[in-house]
Design a protein around this ligand. Structure first.
Ligand code: UTP
Length: 294
């Protein structure tokens, strides 16, 4: 069997959405952060659209208390649809919120013990398949989308594939950083991972962004994972243990990442996407010029 035949396709994606979203309080007291809209689509919708473009079929939401709006968003809304139909309004605008029956699974993270713990909560649904992870507050805009770029690379190399971005060296201390091995085009071998390194100790300026394709063995590592930085169970620590045992590569994302978990990143994304929209771009640019006094 050739290597390409041995590589199992990525059919499942985990969306960890059980975090508290404290940086957006009070907005996120009753509304999940992932439901905050960039223009007219909630953050979670952008991530789900990106997953579908990459061929992913099953969506697994790791939710917590107060997160039901996320699941409702992808459910049928009979009253709304019937009323819109009566008023002869097009339902096309809801098309992206439809999910094939059985393809949306929720699991509960009872206590937000960190990203690694959230992923581990999905272990029974993942079984023995490779899977993707999307952090919906990292908005990745590219053509094709970030996960599609990663799945294309994965179909060549298999194993584990994470997406990385180049940042100024002065910024590395806020992120997970890779130690790079050999590079071919946008694909770099990963020889190590360090969470929030000091600038002098950082092995590169390539930071881990919010998209991953991982092999199911990571679940066993998470099961036995001690708490790491911030007293949370860190995904980076479990991934680091897979290096050397399985292929591990990084894809440098060709596109733009907006950190919508921070307020300034959220505003930047809103402005950038509004300006890029054919239906409102001109108006928004004129408004921005007026506000800047230009
Ligand atoms: P963040 O670090 O952005 O945390 O989580 P947060 O709670 O969402 O937001 P702040 O920092 O309090 O404002 C990154 C991703 O991991 C999920 C979050 O929902 C988010 O998508 N997460 C984090 C969980 O699902 N469970 C956790 O225990 C922690």
């Amino acid at each position: 069997m050739s290597d390409a035949q041995k590589i199992k396709p990525v059919r499942k994606a985990v969306f960890p959405v059980a975090g508290l979203g404290t940086r957006f309080l009070p907005a996120t007291k009753a509304i999940p952060k992932e439901m905050l809209p960039i223009v007219d689509r909630p953050l979670i919708q952008y991530a789900v659209d990106e997953a579908r473009e990459a061929g992913i079929e099953q969506l697994i939401f790791v939710t917590g208390r107060g997160k039901t709006a996320i699941v409702e968003h992808f459910d049928t809304a009979y009253e709304l649809e019937a009323t819109m139909h009566e008023r002869e309004k097009s339902l096309d605008v809801l098309a992206a919120t439809r999910v094939q029956p059985g393809n949306l699974v929720t699991v509960r993270q009872q206590v937000p013990l960190g990203l690694g713990h959230a992923i581990w909560c999905a272990r029974a649904v993942i079984g023995d398949e490779p899977f993707a992870i999307f952090l919906p507050d990292e908005l990745m805009i590219g053509t094709p989308g970030c996960m599609k770029q990663m799945v294309d690379a994965y179909s060549q190399v298999g194993g584990n594939v994470i997406s990385v971005l180049e940042v100024p060296r002065s910024d590395v201390s806020s992120y997970g950083v890779i130690a790079p091995g050999k590079s071919h085009g946008n694909l770099t071998e990963v020889t190590g991972l360090v969470e929030k390194p000091k600038i002098d100790a950082a092995p590169s300026n390539l930071i881990i962004s919010g998209r991953y394709i991982l092999q199911p063995e990571v679940m066993d590592l998470l099961e036995n994972q001690e708490k790491g930085a911030g007293g949370e169970i860190q995904l980076t620590d479990a991934m680091a243990q897979m290096i050397g045992n399985q292929p591990f590569h990084a894809v440098t994302f060709n596109g733009t990442r907006y950190d919508c978990g921070s307020k300034t990143g959220f505003v930047e994304a809103t402005l950038a996407l509004a300006m890029a929209r054919p239906d409102m771009g001109d108006e928004v640019r004129a408004m921005a010029r007026r506000l800047l006094g230009l």
